[in-house]
Structures are given as structure tokens and as C-alpha cells.
Design a protein around this ligand. Structure first.
Ligand code: ADP
Length: 570
């Protein structure tokens, strides 16, 4: 603003200065020319009278006249000239002032000299003898005067410029001060200049509108954050240049990325995997893309979709789903299916083969019993396997597996040992039950199944002359049932794996188990909220301990009541 004011003041000052210079010089020049003519007229009249009386002698006497004097005869011949010899001078009859004087008795003329800088003013007077006496005076031309005046004018101009600068500074400071004093973020007071009132009013209303919109935006952003922050799915919003516009915690967790330090970083800095890059690039070229990312144990599926606004691509949205559990289950399911098929195939192949031999009459009558026994054994194994699979899938699906009741572990253990007595006898293994404990809450069928499987294994993986002991006890942690055997034991490295489906340490072991027994134990225990501990020493024996949570005090629900206590169901 200071610059503009300075320019305006300087322009006005300079143009006024130059205009007045030209005007003054022009007016003064005209005035002085008239004065010179008048002066010349007076001198010419005086000289004319003297020449009429004294003739050329008068002129000769004036050896250094102040004006140039020329005496011209009637025919235009120069009779006398105060500056040049008349002989060498041309005829003056054609000169304007001379011609005019011949005609009217008096003539004037102003002529530019050779240089533009000067001009000459002539005054001619006709004498009584018809000759003409002319006086001339040389003056500076008006342009010369202007040029001569330029130096002082330049000084004045410099002064004017300084003054303009100073004035501009003061003026702009004074003009701007009230404008600067307006608080644009909150222009509550009326401005000093009434001209600014509409502008300030408009700013005020715009400020209110901006504040309202910012509040609404902030509210919406907080809502969005609250919603996406609690999502288990990851969400990423990116623009066309892969800049991250919005994200949630889950997305960072699934990609294994830290909180971005800079504002709107490239989404590609969050994860360097080729699959993730493909998702970003494909979606930003307008195509939908889906990829599975694996990071350690974590599996995450990325769905990338382009986002279009008015038909033009503006970015992409990426949804990330944690599919670790799903993938794990899928792998387990595949393994399980493969194992089931394999396990079912073995007894079926055996039954088929034996049946074929019988059918073809290739068996002697006395061997039929042996072959039939074979079919019977394999068929039983098949049924056992199918039953185990059914039990497992029921436990897996959390479907109805029986009612929760108060169960006596002692009674259950007695029944289990009773069922196993024949098998134990066959293997020359002794069975015993010691101690006692309080009742537990559980599904009786599952409690019995768990105990049965543990005792069955304890007999199966025992040695002739060995023993199986079930010990019941109570402590602060709950009710305990420990199944100990004096069998082959389990090596340290296999202790986790024996609970896996179809895992068998020694597939050629004559127990002929399905490899599902301990898996049913594990799932059943998890269903009941029972903890399993295992101690084993190879070649000496193993002890599986079940720790049941303490049953809550009976409140009159009675036997057979469905237990809804989450502490018991867990
Ligand atoms: P199986 O039907 O083969 O008995 P399980 O799931 O019950 O299947 O047991 C898995 C494997 O764990 C068995 O094949 C066996 O090798 C081992 N095992 C289970 N119980 C015992 C035990 N008491 N002593 C030694 N090994 C055992």
C-alpha cells in the first residue's frame, strides 16, 4: 500500500511540476517577447529620429550598440549593419519585417536562428526618405529556457520525491493502522472506517459459517473414528497418489505397521509385501483386487476397491480381514478330511479283502471263524472311528452334547474301570481306584468319555504285569482325578502332539487306536472347563491329571438342571 501511495503522490507531484514549468516558461517567454518588441520599438523610434537628422554619421558613432542595427535602402540594399559589412549582405527587401515596414511604416518579425536554442526579434521602422531602420535582439528560445530550468527543476523533483516517500509512509501507516487493528478471526468491534463495515460484517458471518462447518466436520470425523476404531476389520482410505487419508487401529495391527509419524504418508510404507502392493496398484487403476497376506502366524485378506467420483477415479478403499482362525480351521479341516479318509480306508480295505476271499470259497471251513473274526474286528474299529469322529465334531461345533449335572467322579471312575476290567485282564494289567473328591459340575457323558479314554490308553500302552491307578483328591484349585500307569511313557517332544487328531506315536502299536482318543479328551476338557496336566517318564509310565473347577454350592436346582453358570462352562 505504501508503494501505491508513493507512486500516486510522486506521479501527481512530477506531472504538476512539469506542467507548471512548461506553462510558466511559455507565459513568461511570451511576456518577455512583447517587452522586447516594445523596447525595440522605443529604441528604433529614437534611432530613426537621430538617423533622419544626422544620417549615417549617427550610426557610425554607435560603435557597440546593445541591439543589432540594420539600415536598408528603399530597394532593399543594406546601407548599414552594426555587425556585418553591408557589401557582403544580401538584399533585405524580401524580409518580412522590412516588407511590412515599407508597406505600413512599421514591421515586426520573430525568426528562429540556426540553432533551435535561439531566436531573433526584429523591429523595423520606415524613415521619411523611404528607407527602413531595423533593430534586432536575440533571445533564448522557449525550449532552451525549459532545458536551462531543468537542473533546478531536477533538484525540486528530487525533493518532491523525498517528500512523496515520507508522505506515503506516513499516510499508508495512518490508513492501514485501523485496518490492521481489525481482528479478522473475531471482528466484533465496528471498524474505524465506515466503508469497511460491510466487509467486516461479511467476514463476521463467514467466520460463523466456517466455525459451524468445522464443528460439523469434526463431529463427523469423531463419529467415523469411533466407528472404525472399534471395528475388528482394518480400513484404509487412499487417494490417487497412494496417500493415506484415513485408517484405523485394526488396519495397522493387521499390516504390522506402526502409527505413521508424518501426515498422509504413502500407504505402501505400511507394508512392503508384493500382494499388498498389487492390491493398491490394481485398485488405483480402477480394478477390484483381493489378496491373502501372511505374516508369521497371522493371515489377513485384503479387499481393494476403486473409489470413483463423478466417473473419475479419486482413490481406493482397502478392507482387511483377520482370517487367521478361518485359515487355521480350513487347514485343520483339510488335514482331518484327509486323515479320516485314510483311517476309514484301512479297515474297509481289510474287510473287503477278507469278504472277497470268503466269497470266492477259497477258505477252508475250519478257517472261516478266523476270517469272520477279522471282519468283525475291522468293522468294530470302523464303528469306533465313526463314533469318535461324531463325538469330536459335536464337541467342535459346540452342539448339544448332553445336560450339565452334578457328577460324582468316584462313581464315574468306578464305572469306567468296570468297563475296562476285561481288557485289563487280557493284558495282565491291574486296575485300582484310591481317594475321593467332591462332586463336580459337568456333562456326565463327557466326564465319563474323558476318564474312559485316559484309562483305556493307560491299559493299552501298559506292559504285562503293569498297573493303572485312578487317584481322586481335592485341593484349593478344584477336584482332581489322576490316571497313572506303569506303561511305556511318552517322550518329552511328543507331549503336545499326542492331543492332535490322528496323532499316534507308534502306528504299529497293537492297541489299534484311532488316534482320536486324546483329541476327544482335550476338546471335552475344554468344553467342561477342565485343566489337563501330564507327567511322564519314558519306560516308567505316565500320569494324566484332570483338574475340575470346584462345583458351586447347590441352590436347590437339583440334579439334572442345565448349568448356565459361565464359570463352570467357561
Ligand atoms: P490312540 O487311539 O492311538 O490311543 P490317542 O489320541 O488316545 O490315540 O493317543 C494318541 C497317542 O498318544 C497314542 O497313539 C500313543 O502313542 C500315545 N499315548 C496316549 N496315552 C498314552 C499312555 N498312557 N502311555 C503312553 N503313550 C500314550
Amino acid at each position: 500500500m505504501k508503494k501505491q501511495i508513493f507512486r500516486a503522490i510522486s506521479a501527481v507531484a512530477l506531472s504538476v511540476l512539469l506542467a507548471s514549468l512548461v506553462l510558466i516558461v511559455g507565459v513568461l517567454h511570451g511576456y518577455f517577447q512583447d517587452r522586447v518588441l516594445a523596447e525595440l520599438g522605443r529604441s528604433a523610434a529614437y534611432a530613426a529620429r537621430a538617423v533622419e537628422t544626422e544620417g549615417a554619421a549617427y550610426l557610425e558613432r554607435l560603435n557597440t550598440p546593445s541591439n543589432r542595427i540594420t539600415w536598408v535602402a528603399q530597394d532593399g540594399t543594406v546601407l548599414y549593419d552594426s555587425e556585418e559589412a553591408p557589401d557582403g549582405m544580401e538584399n533585405h527587401a524580401g524580409r518580412a519585417e522590412i516588407r511590412e515596414a515599407f508597406l505600413t511604416g512599421r514591421g515586426t518579425a520573430v525568426r528562429q536562428s540556426d540553432t533551435l536554442a535561439q531566436k531573433t526579434v526584429y523591429y523595423a521602422l520606415r524613415l521619411s526618405d523611404g528607407s527602413v531602420l531595423r533593430l534586432a535582439e536575440t533571445q533564448y528560445s522557449v525550449w532552451m529556457l525549459v532545458v536551462q530550468a531543468l537542473q533546478p527543476v531536477a533538484l525540486v523533483m528530487a525533493l518532491a520525491l523525498c517528500l512523496a516517500l515520507w508522505l506515503a509512509g506516513r499516510l499508508s501507516a495512518r490508513l492501514v493502522a485501523p485496518i490492521n487493528a481489525i481482528d479478522l478471526s473475531d471482528p466484533e468491534a465496528e471498524p474505524d472506517y465506515e466503508e469497511l463495515a460491510p466487509l467486516v460484517g461479511r467476514i463476521r458471518s463467514q467466520n460463523r459459517e466456517i466455525r459451524r462447518q468445522v464443528d460439523a466436520l469434526r463431529r463427523r470425523q469423531e463419529e467415523f473414528r469411533a466407528i472404525t476404531g472399534h471395528m475388528s476389520e482394518g480400513l484404509l482410505l487412499i487417494d490417487r497418489e497412494t496417500r493415506l487419508l484415513s485408517y484405523n487401529e485394526a488396519a495397522l495391527r493387521l499390516l504390522g505397521a506402526a502409527e505413521p509419524a508424518e501426515e498422509a504418508p504413502s500407504v505402501l510404507t505400511l507394508n512392503r509385501e508384493a500382494g499388498f502392493r498389487r492390491c493398491v496398484e490394481e485398485s488405483l487403476s480402477g480394478h477390484r483386487r483381493e489378496e491373502l497376506l501372511e505374516r508369521g502366524d497371522l493371515c489377513c485378506r485384503v479387499f481393494a476397491n476403486p473409489v470413483e467420483e463423478d466417473g473419475t477415479l479419486s482413490g481406493a478403499v482397502l478392507i482387511l480381514l483377520d482370517v487367521t482362525e478361518k485359515e487355521r480351521r480350513e487347514t485343520l479341516r483339510r488335514e482331518f478330511t484327509a486323515n479320516v479318509s485314510h483311517e476309514l480306508k484301512t479297515p474297509l480295505t481289510s474287510i473287503l479283502g477278507t469278504a472277497e476271499i470268503l466269497e470266492n470259497g477259497m477258505v477252508r471251513p475250519e478257517d472261516i471263524g478266523h476270517f469272520a473274526g477279522n471282519i468283525h474286528r475291522e468293522a468294530q474299529r470302523l464303528i469306533g472311528l465313526v463314533n469318535d469322529i461324531i463325538k469330536l465334531s459335536r464337541l467342535d461345533e459346540g452342539g448339544p452334547v448332553g445336560q450339565w449335572e452334578t457328577v460324582s467322579l468316584r462313581e464315574t471312575a468306578e464305572a469306567v474301570l468296570e468297563r475296562l476290567s476285561l481288557a485289563a485282564e487280557r493284558r495282565q494289567v491291574s486296575l485300582s481306584l484310591t481317594g475321593d473328591c467332591g462332586p463336580v459340575r459337568g456333562v456326565p457323558q463327557i466326564v465319563e468319555e474323558i476318564l474312559y479314554n485316559l484309562c483305556d490308553n493307560a491299559v493299552a500302552y501298559n506292559r504285562p504285569g503293569g498297573s493303572v491307578r485312578v487317584t481322586l483328591s481335592s485341593d484349593g484349585q478344584g477336584e482332581r482325578a489322576a490316571v497313572s500307569d506303569t506303561g511305556i511313557g511318552i517322550p518329552q517332544e511328543a507331549r503336545e502332539r499326542i492331543f492332535e487328531r490322528f496323532y499316534r506315536l507308534d502306528k504299529s502299536h497293537p492297541s489299534g487306536g484311532t488316534g482320536l482318543g486324546l483329541s476327544i479328551v482335550k476338546h471335552g476338557a475344554a468344553y467342561l472347563g477342565v485343566r489337563i496336566e501330564l507327567e511322564s517318564e519314558p519306560e516308567k509310565g505316565s500320569t494324566f491329571t484332570l483338574i475340575f473347577p470346584k462345583a458351586p454350592q447347590e441352590t436347590g436346582g437339583g440334579e439334572g438342571a442345565v448349568c448356565a453358570d459361565p464359570a463352570v462352562r467357561r
